[in-house]
Ligand binder design. Structure first.
Ligand SMILES: C[S@@+](CC[C@H](N)C(=O)[O-])C[C@H]1O[C@@H](n2cnc3c(N)ncnc32)[C@H](O)[C@@H]1O
Length: 198
């Protein structure tokens, strides 16, 4: 019998906050997506009927949990990428608890390499929540892999504006994209890929 989603998601987030407060090494923190941003992303994914979602930055699976639930009704799949296989193991165990493990494929690999290997216009949603300094090197793949009407989400645009300034400039200057920043959590940039008519 699956456990209650809201209880598991809240406990996972609260545990992450406690864990990170006691962890001086940034790279060992969980840095989970905030619950408001995760819920917002989930609602948008559902409204879009998203079936093909790729997230870069699994950690122990807070965002993965919400994305997996969002694609569930459509029979969709989340491809969740991280260089930390142990954290992905923890994410898989949590997904199991809420009956959503079959909605997620984990890839322990560099996010840039995985994005590079995806076909053009193949994804409904791309979430970037990994090592921000790497994002510029991954361009233009996060946009190239989006279908028309697809959504690019980038977390931490308000908490770490300097680190995402380059990609924010690229997104705002790209005529294929229309974007806004949701002032929730660490700041979630949302950009939709326009059709040829704009
Ligand atoms: C901010 S945390 C992700 C939080 C996660 N989205 C959540 O809500 O729980 C960033 C993650 O990015 C991963 N990461 C760092 N560099 C990466 C890379 N080159 N490719 C993929 N993942 C990477 C880290 O191992 C870390 O787990």
């Amino acid at each position: 019998m699956p456990e209650n989603f809201d209880e598991v998601a809240r406990a996972l987030h609260d545990d992450g906050v406690r864990h990170d407060a006691d962890q001086p090494d940034r790279r060992l923190r969980r840095r989970n997506l905030g619950p408001d941003a995760a819920a917002l992303l989930s609602v948008v994914c559902r409204a879009m009927g998203a079936r093909w979602v790729v997230e870069v930055g699994t950690s122990n699976g807070c965002s993965t949990l919400w994305l997996a639930r969002a694609v569930h009704d459509q029979g969709g799949t989340v491809l969740s990428v991280d260089v930390d296989g142990e954290a992905q193991g923890a994410a898989a165990a949590t997904l199991d608890r809420v009956g959503l493990r079959d909605r997620v494929q984990f890839r322990c690999a560099d996010g840039g390499a995985v994005l590079r290997g995806l076909p053009d216009a193949s994804q409904d949603v791309v979430l970037l929540d990994a090592e921000r300094s790497l994002y510029p090197r991954w361009w233009p793949d996060p946009v190239r892999v989006l279908r028309v009407g697809g959504l690019l989400a980038v977390d931490n645009v308000l908490s770490h504006p300097d680190e995402v300034a380059d990609v924010r400039d690229r997104i705002e200057a790209d005529p294929q994209l229309e974007s806004t920043v949701a002032r929730t959590g660490a700041g979630l940039l949302l950009a939709v890929r326009r059709g040829p008519a704009g």
